[in-house]
Structure formats: C-alpha cells, structure tokens
Ligand binder design. Structure first.
Ligand code: PEP
Ligand code: MG
Length: 762
C-alpha cells in the first residue's frame, strides 16, 4: 500500500500544473484501487460550491460544469462534516442528490473524503463502484492519507494562483493574492527583486510554447553546450578526485544522450511545452525515481541529476549558473529571498529598499526583527511560491496582515497608494513628538531604551530619543565575518558604541548564536536548533570565545561606566555562576591592563535574560547573583507555548498576547519588584503599541525596542493613562485566547485614536 501511495503522490507531484495533477490522480487512484470511478471536486468559497475538476468514471463533459452547493448532496455533506463517508448504497442516503450531467446512475457504493489543509476544506475526493458494498477500512485509510498529502499541493497551487479551476470567466492576467505572515508593519509598493535568483529547475513555472521547432533547437544547443562544459570540468579534475566522482560525469553524459533524457524532453516540447518546462518535468521525474531507489548510492545520484538539469537550464537561459541573475536594482525594490539575512540587507542599497519578502521564517524570526529595526515593511513565510512568479513583478505588500498582491489591478493600486500617503502623514505626526518624554496622561513615567545590533544601519546612528541601549545583540559582527572576530576588533567596535552616549546605560548581550542565527564558519547541525546548543550553552562550552568577548567589552569600557553585560538563554543558576566566574577572571586580567594605562575600570552590572520558562520559578535564587533582569518575550513566548518562532506553519499559534504569556509576564514583574531587582522587557512585545500598554499596566517601567517602534510607543504612552491601561489589562487577563486579547487591545487603541498604529491607514 505504502509503495502505491508513494508512487501516486510522486507522479502527481510531477505534473506540470494542478489540472493535470488532479486528472492524473483520478486515473491512478481508480486503477490502483480497482474501482469504477474516482472524482475530485474543488471548493470555491466565493461561489460557495464544489466544482467537479477531474474524474475517471463519471462523464468527462461534466468537468468544469457541475457545481454542487456547499450545503447540497453528499459532496456538500462531506465538506460540512469534515470527515469521510462510506456508503454501500449512496442513492439511499437522505443527503444524496442526483446530478444528471455526471451520469452516476449506475453507481451504488460511495466513499468520499474531504481534502483539508490547515483546517480549511479545499475539496472532496470520491470513489464509486457499481455494486453495493462497503469500502474496506484499508481503502478508507488509503484515501484519507492520499487526500492529506494532496492537500498541500492544492494549497500551494492555489497560493501561486495557478489553479485554473476550469472556470470560464477568470481573466487571464488576473492579480494574484498571496498570504504570508506579518513580519514588519507598514505598506509597500514596489518591484519584486529576487536576491541570488539561482538558475534552478525548481523555480521554473511550466509554460506553454507554440513554436516547438524553435524550442527543440534551443534545447539541443543547450545540451551541446552542457556536454562541452562537463567535458571541461571532467578534464580539470582528472587525477584529483576518486574514480567514483568521475563516474558521475559519465552519468551526465549518459543522461544528456539524445536517446535517454533528450528524447523525453523533446516529446514534451512537441506536446506544447517550452524547452525549460519540458526539461523541468523530465528532470524532476528522474530525480523522483532516483530518490525512491532502495540503493543508497543510487538514491544520492538524484542530486547529480538535478545539478545536470540546472546546467542545461542555465544554458537554455544563457545565464551563469554559479552567479545567479544579477540585475539593476529597481528604484523601489521589494527584496525577496529564501531567507533574508543581515548580510543581504547590508549589501542592498537602502535608498532602493521599500519592502521585504522572506520565503522562510515567521513573525519573530531574526529576519523579521531586522526588518522592523530598519522600519521596512515585511512579509514572512511565503514558502510555497516560486520566485519566478514574484521577480520583476509589481508587488503590493501589507506588513500588518501579511498580504502580498502580485500584478495588482488599477483600483487596488490606487487604494494602496492612498493608504501609503496616510501612513506617511501618521509617521510625521509621530516624529513631531520625538523629543518629548514618555509620560502617560496621568503622569506615569516610562523609560524607553533601544534594541540595536541586528540592523547595521542603526549602529551608525545615535539614539537621541531613548534612555540608553537595553539590548545590543552582538551576533551580527560575528556573522558578517569568515572567522570569529579578534578581541581587538571586538573591543574597537564596542568602544565606539559605548562612546555614543556615555552617560546612558548600554547593555551588551554576550553571543547568542544558534537557533536561527548560525555562524557561517561554525556550523551547528541539530534536529532542534532552538532547543539545542544556543546562547550561553554554547559560549560556556567554549570559554575561549566567551572570555575573548567579555575582555573586549571590558577593555572597551575603560574610563566609562555605562557598560552592562547580559547573559542569554539562561536556564539554571549554575550557568550564571559559571559565567560570572569567567567574567571575574576577565575583569582581573583586564584590570592589570587598565592600571598600566592609568585608566579606570568599573565592574559592569550583570544581568540575565528571562526567556526560558524555568527561570520564572527560580527568580529569588537568580536575584542573589544578578543586578538586573531583562525579559526576552520572543523566546519566552516560543518556549512557554512550545511554538517554533521561525516556523510559518505554526505562526498562528505563536502569539505573545496569549493569556498565559501575559500571566507569566505579570507574575515576573511582581516578583522582580518584590525582590527589588530592576527589570526591563526587551522582546518585540515591548515595541508593539498594544504590548507596551499592557506592560505599562502590569508595572514594567523600562521597555527596550528598536528605534522605529520607540517613537510609536512613546506616542502611545503619551496618549494613554495608566489607570485606563490597568482596566484594559484586567479585562484581557481573563479572556480565553490571544485573538480576543488582540481584538480588545485594537478596539481600545481605535477608541483613543491610535488605530493607525496597528493597521493600514490613519
Ligand atoms: C528575546 O528572545 O525576546 C530576545 C530579545 O532575544 P532574541 O530575539 O535575540 O532571541
Ligand atoms: Mg532570545
């Protein structure tokens, strides 16, 4: 059964578009299960019906014609119940409705299952048989498993807008609306610019061509060129690599042979596909076959087949395979990448950058935090969309909702432009208050600090409107190099930062790599990187790295007294003790140097991040060893809710407004007050207008956030009263779920005239 299932899924996956995939599915499924009919209906939520899109066994003329209302017939019934139905005599069922067009008069046995993706019914898959019989448990389980697998493909195709749905009146160039995860608020209108768009068959969207002869020629020339390239390569490495590696080149030659892959590619071209699409289909089918082989060696050859396909593709497109497509930057560019990195942002001309789309990551991935720090709207987690659908296209991006609209209609474009203007007005209003203190209408004063480090831009600036730096993430200088930075290099950078505002505190966090912040020269391969070797766990295992960093921080602080040191990912008191022992050792070593230079050196204040839930239950013990606490609400949310902050699939579950998180934050601040330990919140919640109001109400008086949010939060604080905020907090603490909390907060912000901070427009 499993092999049949795998085979069907693989074949279906290789179909060039969804229509063909579904047709293939119906026919393979009917043959595999030896039933008389297999059909597929897709849901259309606008029209509130299921449309027959593929069948083997029912009347083919009914495809694209027969629609069944959401509350009609057995198909509608399955959609409503969201579970399979297995009937030996379908016409006897009270919900059975007869559709003469499909010609199902002869069928009795009926098994139907919903196709569900992320809780949404996308369609219904049915099997029918003439004779009266109940389908077996095995058949039912098989169908359900298949439907679950096929659901992902349908959802992806729908996201790409490539579902033809066989409906007549869909305009050809209709705009595509995609939904990702909000990464950084704001609106952007610009041209998609895919970074390092490497030539890859996976990025090709199947396209038809009318000129088969020309496409065949294109393909043959590309093969000729690839043969020559491969011969050169093979020549170059002769004698340098083992024989089995050279054998791979023989495989390439064999595959390029006109009688093997070539013939199949040309067949596809003659069937109406262009050269790139034909190559993609054939190569992907070979890759699938290699991947399913039992022999390890042969399975690994899938990579070579794909590589060879990419080489031919590059030659068809006349592109340089290794360098990708480098082009002029559009004036208003929406940067698109598999995973946006700090290096990419550093390289990209900021005057051209209006928006960011990261295929991977989620709301509180470091790429999203970076985008917010730069004040650039961003959408994360659009993973199912091929780059070629976005590259060079006009794009509208809504960083509040996660919506991305490709090739928008004129009306939408106008509406969007208006909203962007309103956003600019709002941001000017906010800026006009930047020098005023963060005090509520009933005179409660808040200290607002800056988070810095992730956006290289902000480092160059000072932070005149903040009360200091509450979090400097030290990772980026480590990530931007090809080796660990030396003590000297680090000390120079840290000193330049401490000197920007020597009278204000500057909190440096020791290295917090791991998770979604890998070092290129120190690869860590782990199954669960966020639960693994991260932050203090890694640096305590490598005291040489930790000591060099702390020494650099201390040397940077000669004759200054604004350095605070913060430890990330602390789980146990022992880690603090060990880290303090190393800090003391470094202090002792550096003191001698200070004496020689006749400089003063003061012991910095040492604090811990509260981001691993365990520490909430040991605050009194931690309080004995540290000078301050700082709540990392990003990780605290991730670990308390057990939801990966980097995984777009569970983005809906990752929410710092979850009542349990709010209760934890409330408890933390009450305990910290009781223990008389200064406390800050430096996670992203502190920089959200609604989050800041709740934290104010809980009793937090120090919040640290990026500079862009700092001005917004200051504006919010100046417009709310602590009393009102406390009432809001009491109301939301008793709510059931984060969505209700969020909506109450948003309603509150709207009523005090601050709605423009949490949605598009004024
Ligand atoms: C946090 O976890 O809230 C935090 C501030 O640290 P980071 O986002 O760098 O993990
Ligand atoms: Mg953290």
């Amino acid at each position: 059964m499993l092999t049949t299932l795998k085979r069907i899924v693989q074949e279906v996956n290789q179909a060039p578009n969804l229509d063909e995939a579904l047709t293939c599915l119906a026919s393979r499924l009917r043959d595999a299960l030896k039933v008389d009919s297999c059909s597929l209906y897709l849901a259309n939520y606008e029209q509130q019906h299921f449309l027959l899109v593929a069948t083997e066994g029912l009347a083919k003329e009914a495809i694209g014609q027969v629609s069944i209302g959401f509350s009609e017939g057995l198909i509608g019934f399955i959609g409503q119940r969201e579970e399979p139905i297995n009937l030996s005599n379908a016409p006897a069922h009270p919900r059975f409705k007869y559709y003469p067009e499909v010609q199902e008069d002869l069928f009795h046995a009926f098994l139907g299952t919903p196709i569900i993706h992320q809780r949404k019914v996308l369609g219904v898959l049915t099997l029918q048989q003439r004779k009266k019989r109940k389908f077996s448990q095995n058949e039912e389980a098989f169908l359900v498993t298949l439907a679950a697998q096929i659901a992902v493909q349908i959802a992806n195709a729908q996201a790409r807008g490539s579902v033809h749905l066989l409906e007549q009146n869909v305009p050809k160039d209709w705009q595509k609306s995609l939904r990702g995860v909000p990464g950084s608020s704001g609106l952007a209108q610009g041209t998609g610019y895919v970074i390092n768009m490497l030539v890859n068959i996976r990025n090709q969207v199947p396209t038809r061509s009318k000129d088969a002869a020309q496409q065949v020629l294109l393909y043959r020339n590309a093969v000729k060129k690839t043969r020559a390239d491969v011969a050169v390569l093979s020549e170059r490495i002769q004698g340098e690599v083992p024989e089995d590696v050279r054998a791979i080149f023989q495989l390439y030659h064999h595959l390029l042979d006109a009688n093997s892959l070539g013939r199949e590619v040309e067949q596809k071209i003659n069937a109406g596909w262009d050269a790139c699409s034909s190559l993609k289909m054939v190569v992907e089918s070979y890759v699938g076959q290699f991947q399913s082989m039992t022999d390890n060696y042969m399975r690994e050859r899938a990579v070579d087949v794909e590589d060879m396909g990419n080489r031919v593709l590059a030659n068809i497109l006349n592109q340089d395979l290794s360098r990708g497509l480098k082009r002029e930057y559009p004036d208003k560019a929406i940067l698109i990448a598999e995973e946006v990195t700090a290096a990419m942002l550093a390289e990209f001309p900021s005057e051209n950058l209006v928006g960011i789309i990261s295929m991977r990551g989620s709301t509180n991935s470091h790429a999203a935090i970076m985008a917010r720090a730069m004040g650039v709207p961003a959408v994360m987690g659009l993973s199912s969309v091929p780059f070629s659908l976005l590259n060079d296209k006009e794009i509208l991006l809504d960083g509040y909702t996660g919506d991305v609209i490709v090739s928008p209609s004129l009306t939408i474009r106008h509406e969007f432009a208006l909203l962007i203007k309103e956003e600019q007005v709002l941001s000017e209003r906010i800026r006009s208050q930047d020098t005023l203190p963060a005090v509520t209408t009933d005179n409660c004063s808040m200290s607002l600090l800056t988070n810095t480090g992730l956006s290289l831009e902000t480092e160059k600036n000072d932070h005149p409107y903040s009360d200091g730096v509450g979090l400097f993430r030290t990772e980026i200088p480590f990530m931007m190099r090809e080796r660990f930075p030396s003590e000297q290099e680090q000390a120079k950078l840290y000193r330049s930062l401490l000197l920007i505002q020597p009278s204000k505190p500057f909190t440096m966090r020791t290295l917090d790599v791991g998770g979604d912040k890998p070092l290129p020269y120190f690869p860590i391969n782990e199954e669960n990187p966020f639960l693994g070797w991260r932050g203090i766990r890694l640096t305590l295992d490598h005291p040489e790295i930790f000591l060099v960093q702390v020494r650099a921080m201390l040397r940077a602080s000669f004759d200054l007294d604004n350095l605070h040191i913060m430890l990330p990912m602390i789980t146990s008191v022992n880690e603090v003790k060990e880290a303090k022992r190393l800090i003391n050792q470094a202090f002792f070593e550096v003191s001698e140097e200070a004496v020689q230079q006749e400089s003063s050196l003061v012991m910095p204040k040492i604090g811990v991040m509260l981001e691993v839930p365990a520490v909430i239950y040991q605050l009194p013990q931690f309080a004995k060893h540290v000078d301050f606490f700082s709540v990392g609400s990003n990780d605290l949310t991730q670990y308390l809710l057990a939801v990966d902050r980097n995984n777009a699939r569970v983005a809906d579950l990752y929410d710092s407004y979850h009542p349990a998180i709010l209760a934890a934050l409330y408890q933390i601040v009450q305990q910290a007050k009781h223990l008389d330990v200064p406390i800050t919140v430096c996670g992203e919640l502190a920089g959200e207008p609604g989050g800041a109001v709740l934290l104010l109400a809980m009793g937090y008086r120090k919040l640290s956030m990026n500079n862009h949010n700092l001005l917004k939060v200051k504006w919010v604080i100046r417009n709310v009263s602590q009393k009102e905020a406390e009432k809001l907090l009491q109301r939301v603490l008793v709510l059931d779920n984060p969505k209700e909390v969020r909506s109450q907060i948003n309603v509150y912000l709207e009523t005090i005239g601050l709605g423009g901070l949490v949605r598009a427009g004024l």
